[in-house]
Design a protein around this ligand. Structure first.
Ligand code: HEC
Length: 135
């Protein structure tokens, strides 16, 4: 009895963050939207909110509106590919074209007006192997 109990505690302790990333990743599999606005609406808006205004509640979802970190395109490209913390990764979920389009969209909307167009080749250059879930 006792060893099983301990195993359960250890397992549960590692679940919440991974479960969040998994749920978001799985629910966006098979995204057919290609245009930046549609990818944003279907994939990003649930967390980053309409207008990219972000939200604080069950989690903190940073505003993309007026966000100076989007000035360097590699930053949002890398975030979308690899995720971080509560942000799921989309490597293996979204294509180079979908990611390039949504990055261009968030960098030129919501009061952002950053120069330079991201191409699918830019995304491909930063894309590493698809992360493997450990379970
Ligand atoms: C499941 C919720 C969720 C979804 C879906 C999501 N994000 Fe995020 N995003 C987050 C969270 C949480 C963070 C903050 C992560 C951290 O800093 O630890 C974040 C951070 C970011 C950042 C960095 C912001 C900063 O100020 O550092 C960018 C850029 C970003 N997301 C873009 C996107 C784009 C584009 C999409 C759609 C392709 C997207 N996100 C989808 C939750 C999400």
């Amino acid at each position: 009895m006792r060893p099983i109990f301990l195993v359960l505690i250890v397992t549960c302790g590692t679940l919440p963050q991974r479960a969040l990333a998994d749920a978001a990743t799985v629910s966006t599999r098979g995204v057919t939207a290609v245009g930046g606005a549609s990818v944003y609406r279907e994939v990003c808006q649930g967390c980053h909110m309409p207008g990219g205004r972000g939200a604080v509640g069950a989690g903190a979802f940073p505003a993309l509106a007026g966000n100076g970190r989007l000035a360097a395109a590699n930053y949002p490209i890398t975030m979308v590919l690899n995720g971080r913390g509560g942000m799921p990764w989309f490597n293996g979920v979204l294509s180079d074209t979908q990611i390039a389009n949504v990055v261009n969209y968030v960098r030129t909307h919501f009061s952002n007006n950053y120069a330079g167009t991201t191409t699918p080749a830019d995304v491909a250059a930063l894309r590493g192997p698809v992360p493997k879930l450990e379970h």
